[in-house]
Design a protein around this ligand. Structure first.
Ligand SMILES: Nc1ncnc2c1ncn2[C@@H]1O[C@H](COP(=O)(O)OP(=O)(O)OP(=O)(O)O)[C@@H](O)[C@H]1O
Length: 383
C-alpha cells in the first residue's frame, strides 16, 4: 500500500479507539472485588454521619488504584448526598492552595480566584460548608509521593485531618494513593501522627486476570473477531512479565494500528511483534527513569554478577562496598526493585533475615543496560 492508501483507507478494525486511551473508564472493573469492598468499608462511617477511615491505597503502577477510587466515589455519590468525595492528582496539584482549590471547586462548582484571596478564606469556606450542611468529606490524594518532593505533605494532611479542631463537628478523611513502596518510610518522615491509616493493597494482576481484563477491553474497542485468543494470550503474557497492564492495553492499540496500516482485518502475530518493538523498551525506560542513584547502583551490581543463583547476602557485600549502606536500607532498595518488577526474589529457606534470597532479573541484561544508558544520556543532555 502507498502512503495515500494508508491515510485514506477507510475500513477500520476499531469499533471505539478511545477504549485504549489512558483516561478511558472501563464499564466492567474485573478482579478487584475485595479491594472495592475494603474501600466501601472505609467510606461506610461517612455515610452514617461519622468520619471516613483514613486509608493508604498501595500497589504498583496500573494495578487499578485510580479506577477503583473513581468507581467507589461514583457509587457513593449516587447513593448519598452526605459525603463530599474529592479526587486530587498530586502530580498536577502540589501546593496547599492548589489542592484546596480543587476541593473548593468540587464543592462550589467553580475555582476560587487565583489571586487576592488568602488561603484561610478558601479553607474557611470549605469547612463552614461541611459544618453547616453536616456533610463529611474524603479527599483522595493520588500519587501522594509528589507532595513529599515539595515538602507540603505534612501541612496538607494536617489541614484536612485536624479541621474539626477549629470547625466543630467537621468529619474528614484521606485516601492516600501510592505506587511507591517507600511511602512507609516517607510517611513517618513527612506526616504527623494524625494519619494512622488502614492499608489496602492492590496486588499485581496474574496473567489470567490480565487476559480477562484485556479481553473485555477488546470487546469495547475492536469489532468482533479482530483478534484471536492466541494472540491475546501472548499479549497477556508479555504484559504480565513486565508487570504492567497498561503495556497490554498499549499493545492492543499499537498492533491494531499496524494491522490497519497493513490493510488486514485481523491482528496477526507480525503486527504484535512490530508493536512490541515499539512499546516494550519505552516502558522499561520510563521505569528506569524513576530510579534513585542507589537503586540504579544496585541494579547494575545485579547485572554485573550475571548469574542465575545470585544470593542476597553476596549482593549486599558488593553493594555495600560501593555505597556503604546498612543492610536494612539495602533490603528496602531490593524490595523497591522487586516492587517495580525489575527483579524477582525467591526464598531458599536457608540463612537468616532473608539474606539467602535468590535474585532473578526479569529483563534481559542487554536491554536494561541499553535503556539505562539512554536514560542517563537524556538526563545529562537535559541537565
Ligand atoms: N480491573 C480492571 N479492569 C479493567 N481495566 C483496568 C483494571 N485495572 C486497571 N485497568 C486499566 O488499566 C489502566 C491503569 O489503571 P489505573 O490508572 O486505575 O491504575 P493505577 O494503579 O492508578 O496506576 P498508577 O499507579 O500508574 O496511577 C487504566 O486504563 C484502567 O482502565
Amino acid at each position: 500500500m502507498g502512503i495515500d492508501d494508508i491515510l485514506l483507507f477507510d475500513e477500520t478494525i476499531f469499533k471505539n479507539i478511545d477504549a485504549f486511551n489512558p483516561d478511558y473508564v472501563p464499564e466492567n472493573y474485573l478482579h478487584r472485588e475485595s479491594q472495592m469492598e475494603a474501600l466501601a468499608i472505609c467510606l461506610r462511617p461517612a455515610l452514617r454521619g461519622g468520619r471516613p477511615i483514613n486509608t493508604v491505597v498501595l500497589g504498583s503502577p496500573a494495578t487499578g488504584k485510580t479506577t477503583a477510587i473513581n468507581k467507589i466515589f461514583n457509587i457513593v455519590e449516587g447513593t448519598s448526598d452526605r459525603v463530599v468525595c474529592v479526587y486530587v492528582n498530586c502530580q498536577l496539584h502540589t501546593t496547599r492552595f492548589n489542592i484546596f482549590s480543587q476541593i473548593y471547586n468540587k464543592i462550589f462548582g467553580h475555582m476560587p480566584p487565583e489571586t487576592g484571596v488568602p488561603f484561610s478564606r478558601i479553607y474557611g469556606s470549605i469547612m463552614k460548608y461541611l459544618q453547616t450542611e453536616k456533610k463529611s468529606m474524603v479527599v483522595a490524594l493520588d500519587d501522594v509521593s509528589y507532595l513529599f518532593h515539595s515538602k507540603n505533605a505534612n501541612k496538607i494532611f494536617y489541614d484536612i485531618l485536624r479541621a474539626h479542631e477549629e470547625f466543630k463537628g467537621v468529619r474528614t478523611g484521606i485516601f492516600a494513593i501510592l505506587s511507591d513502596i517507600e511511602f512507609r518510610y516517607m510517611l513517618d518522615k513527612n506526616v504527623t501522627s494524625v494519619f494512622i491509616p488502614q492499608e489496602i493493597i492492590f496486588e499485581p494482576y496474574t496473567t489470567q486476570e490480565m487476559f480477562d481484563i484485556l479481553k473485555d477491553r477488546i470487546k469495547a474497542g475492536f469489532y468482533p473477531d479482530v483478534i484471536s485468543d492466541d494472540i491475546l494470550q501472548q499479549i497477556a503474557e508479555y504484559a504480565s512479565s513486565a508487570g504492567d497492564l497498561r503495556m497490554g492495553i498499549d499493545l492492543l492499540r499499537v498492533s491494531g494500528n499496524f494491522a490497519e496500516a497493513d490493510a488486514s482485518k485481523t491482528i496477526e502475530k507480525k503486527h504484535l511483534i512490530e508493536a512490541a518493538k515499539n512499546t516494550g523498551s519505552a516502558n522499561l525506560k520510563s521505569t528506569l527513569k524513576t530510579l534513585s542513584k542507589d537503586e540504579k547502583i544496585l541494579l547494575k551490581t545485579i547485572i554485573d554478577f550475571n548469574k542465575d543463583d545470585l544470593i542476597a547476602g553476596d549482593l549486599y557485600k558488593s553493594f555495600s562496598e560501593k555505597t556503604s549502606t546498612s543492610y536494612a536500607s539495602f533490603d528496602r532498595t531490593l524490595n523497591k526493585l522487586e516492587f517495580l518488577r525489575l527483579i524477582d526474589t525467591k526464598f531458599t529457606g536457608k540463612g537468616v533475615k532473608g539474606n539467602s534470597r535468590i535474585i532473578i532479573l526479569r529483563f534481559n541484561t542487554e536491554e536494561i543496560l541499553k535503556c539505562l544508558e539512554r536514560v542517563q544520556y537524556l538526563k545529562n543532555k537535559n541537565g
